[in-house]
Design a protein around this ligand. Structure first.
Ligand code: BT5
Length: 314
């Protein structure tokens, strides 16, 4: 958001503040202050005014300025009510040199999962893609995916939903029947050379308001799980957690293990080289799953993982 707009917003939050005092403070005209206040109202901010001046009485749930206001991470936000895919838009921004931008949408018309699968993106969700330009060899890039999964699980738990991570990138909510439903998924895309990442786009899709009927089988949403649904707070918490972890990559694996649903479970992993069945015992840098099989330990770097219930566990 524009610097003057941000300062007006901060002053309103600390208000009441009169238009002339604010104009003086910011070194702009009263008409300029009025324009900023009107633009904020237009963006959904509740700005009250009386003889004492202007005062911020409410912040909308969504919108670029609302998402940036109070955000404890150095991202600028580009918000869309609806877009084809936030990852597609973020890649475009990355290619044009942008960094530390997050594209956020309330709905997507062409959301993508891994391997070009579809990501159902009904309105009322959180679909976001962060453009990062880390000083990192490509081999460590998967840590960003794990960091995003941890950040999402933590933000969901903060909202009152017991979210856990299934290797490598699914955020699930365990159910009473011993299964789990998918709350969120993560898709990371990157460009660079072996020794250096040029950019990373970390995309996160979270089901927030949707009912289970609106979602694919086996999916759930924060609302369906009885979570407190304030999309702005959720996005800000997720981004702040993600920002903390990307600044401290050594903390990612311990944090991932703490949130993991996969570790200790019998799993079947479909990998490009075939199927691996065994007990998932650990995750190693930069996100490799260690599976104890009948033939000894196997390290899996990529694949689709299924948690086996005792009945499948033949
Ligand atoms: C993922 O892929 O889980 C990564 C999803 C990433 C989506 C975000 S949204 C913001 C950004 N912009 C994009 O275009 N994408 C990213 P994968 O592990 O391949 O899982 C995909 C599978 O999950 C699908 O084949 C369905 O079975 C299932 N699925 C689709 N939509 C879902 C939803 N809304 N909730 C739960 N499961 C879903």
């Amino acid at each position: 958001m524009n610097e003057t707009r941000r300062r007006v917003l901060d002053a309103l939050a600390d208000g009441p503040v009169s238009g002339p005092a604010l104009a003086d403070d910011l070194g702009v005209s009263r008409a300029a202050v009025w324009k900023h206040v009107e633009a904020l109202r237009e963006a959904g901010f509740d700005v009250e005014s009386d003889e004492a001046g202007y005062r911020l009485a409410g912040v909308p749930d969504s919108g670029s300025e609302a998402l940036e206001f109070g955000l404890d991470a150095p991202f600028t936000v580009e918000h869309h009510a609806s877009i084809d895919s936030t990852n597609r838009r973020a890649r475009e921004l990355a290619e044009s040199g942008a960094g530390d931008v997050v594209v956020v949408a309330d709905a997507q018309t062409g959301g993508r999962g891994r391997l070009d699968r579809d990501w159902d993106s009904p309105p009322g969700g959180v679909y976001l893609s962060a453009v990062c330009r880390p000083d990192l060899p490509m081999a460590r890039a998967p840590l960003y995916t794990l960091a995003a999964a941890v950040a999402t699980a933590r933000a969901a738990r903060e909202a009152g939903v017991d979210a856990r991570i299934k290797w490598p990138n699914d955020v699930l909510v365990p159910d009473e029947a011993g299964g789990a439903r998918k709350l969120a998924g993560i898709l990371t895309e990157a460009r660079g050379e072996t020794d250096r990442v040029e950019w990373l786009v970390v995309g996160v899709g979270v089901n927030v308001e949707a009912t289970r009927e609106d979602l694919p089988a086996g999916a759930t949403s924060l609302r369906a799980e009885g979570g407190a649904v304030n999309r702005r707070e959720f996005v800000q918490r997720l981004l702040a957690e993600f920002d903390d972890l990307r600044d401290d990559l050594d903390a990612v694996l311990p944090a991932w293990r703490e949130s993991a649903l996969t570790l200790g479970q019998r799993v079947r992993v479909e990998t490009p080289g075939g199927e691996i069945v065994g007990r998932a015992v650990d995750v190693e840098s930069p996100g490799t799953l260690l599976v104890e099989t009948g033939d000894g330990p196997v390290r899996v770097t990529a694949g689709d993982c299924e948690h086996l219930r005792p009945v499948d566990d033949a």
